[in-house]
Write a protein that binds this ligand. Structure first.
Ligand code: NI
Ligand code: MN
Length: 227
């Protein structure tokens, strides 16, 4: 069996593993890079990192249509319940849970998490997934933090890192993150969705490969990476 991760721009991925579809931060409506519509995507689980609209995205309508289980911090879990989402699983930072498809641990992220209606979204998180025995770290929205070193100590096959700058790490700090995380491969995300986060991912990739031992994979929206 293999695990594939398909990128839809910004932080949104669809992961296929063990016959299960896991969506991360499904921002599709209003996302100029998305190659699929919220109405057309399937999901068994939806992981939401924080309450900002470019991450919460279409979570509620997709969960209601598909019956997918939404996994998030406790505060976003409360919000899901208030929105009538039937299946939701609360977790919090540092906690891990073994799901049928793999293990998920929530990590810290240095960011905010207010919901679009202004309600409290708790602390933002990143995701450390163990899929078929391989660790994948999706940093979601964050600035650089030195505790990435601790996440890297778990042994990462893949790190998914924002490089857009302005709202998150830019390329310079993302290179420092790669050095702390020491993953086998890196996928840059959270860039070129809007002019304010325009970046050259090929230039970032060249620098990753020149300065670290990681491979850098630049995905086009809609393209997949196989673990
Ligand atoms: Ni954000
Ligand atoms: Mn964002």
């Amino acid at each position: 069996m293999s695990t594939t991760l398909t990128w839809y721009g910004q932080a949104c991925f669809s992961i296929d593993t063990k016959g299960t579809k896991i969506l991360i931060d499904p921002f599709l409506t209003g996302n100029p890079l998305a190659t699929v519509k919220a109405e057309d995507i399937s999901a068994d689980f939806i992981l939401v990192s924080h309450g900002h609209s470019d991450h919460l995205g279409d979570t509620v309508p997709i969960a209601k249509r598909t019956g997918a289980t939404v996994v998030s911090n406790f505060e976003l879990f409360n919000y899901m319940q208030s929105q009538g989402v039937e299946n939701a699983h609360p977790m919090h930072i540092g906690g891990a849970h073994q799901f049928p498809w793999g293990r998920l641990k929530l990590t810290i992220a240095q960011h905010g998490s207010a919901l679009p209606d202004g309600s409290y979204g708790g602390n933002p998180v990143g995701f450390l997934l163990t899929l078929e025995g391989q660790n994948v770290y999706h940093a979601c929205d964050t600035g650089l933090f030195y505790d990435m070193k601790l996440i890297g100590e778990e042994g990462l096959a893949l790190a998914i890192l924002p490089i857009g700058d302005n709202f998150t790490m830019g390329p310079v700090d993302a290179i420092r993150a790669v050095k702390l995380l020491e993953p086998g491969a890196v996928i840059p995300i959270h860039y070129n969705t809007f002019d304010i986060i325009a970046q050259d991912p090929q230039s970032f990739a060249r620098q990753v490969e020149a300065e670290t031992s990681a491979r850098c994979v630049v995905l086009q929206p809609g393209e997949s990476y196989t673990l």
